[in-house]
Design a protein around this ligand. Structure first.
Ligand SMILES: Cc1cc2nc3c(=O)[nH]c(=O)nc-3n(C[C@H](O)[C@H](O)[C@H](O)COP(=O)(O)O)c2cc1C
Length: 205
């Protein structure tokens, strides 16, 4: 009887270890670059993008890539089923309407989060809030027991209390208040800042 109990204990212990080894971080982000052309950008297009090695990336998209490559995480991009307009004025108005009406835009695709215990969640500040499509994603998942580490790019508002808003949607997740918050004009030179932040969290690999 004792032998069987011991055997079960060993199996349980190995499974627990395997679980730890499999537990991977993932970078999940939403980003809305308003152009993909490096030349002749309008101010609004320039504000929403960063050009790295000749490639036009959204600001949050770039931060997501830096985090992914420095943490060996998986990566997933949140996208609405109906793409947002790249016309800046229309985008600003649409985002405001979505916020006022608490719209939850349908997702283009989703992901199973069961194998992940740490989620780096990246988004731009829209109208001093998370973009509504990020709420769609957050509300579609139960992140109980997982750690959510927000990273944010903004045009002057800072994090705008958004980590607290994430915590309200996911009350049983551990939401890091030590979020990374980058001003969009500082994107070009942000890589070392992001890496230092990750080191501070003990998350570089
Ligand atoms: C619809 C919309 C609303 C925005 N609202 C704010 C805001 O309230 N506060 C702020 O600091 N920046 C605001 N911004 C600026 C973005 O947060 C900033 O440009 C960010 O870098 C965009 O990141 P992305 O290129 O990865 O989408 C807004 C941008 C858009 C398009």
């Amino acid at each position: 009887m004792k032998k069987i109990a011991l055997m079960f204990a060993c199996v349980a212990f190995s499974l627990a270890l395997a679980g730890t080894a499999l537990a991977k971080p993932i970078v999940i982000y939403f980003s809305m670059p308003e152009t993909d052309k490096a030349e002749g950008m309008t101010q609004a297009e320039d504000d929403s993008t960063v050009v790295i090695d000749g490639k036009v990336l959204g600001n949050v998209q770039y931060a997501a890539q830096v985090i992914q490559s420095n943490t060996a995480s998986d990566i997933f991009r949140i996208e609405p089923l109906t793409p947002y307009t790249t016309n800046h004025k229309e985008l600003i108005a649409l985002a405001r309407t979505e916020q006022r009406r608490k719209v939850r835009p349908e997702l283009k695709s989703d992901i199973d989060l069961s194998e992940y215990n740490v989620i780096f969640l990246g988004y731009p500040i829209w109208w001093t809030d998370l973009p509504m499509v990020v709420y769609t994603f957050l509300e579609a998942h139960d992140m109980s027991g997982k750690t959510i580490i927000p990273f944010i790019v903004h045009g002057g508002s800072g994090a705008a209390g958004t980590p607290g808003k994430i915590a309200r949607v996911q009350p049983n997740a551990k939401v890091f208040t030590n979020a990374l918050s980058i001003y969009r004009d500082n994107m070009q030179d942000s890589k070392p800042v992001i890496v230092r932040w990750l080191e501070g969290l003990n998350y570089t690999r």
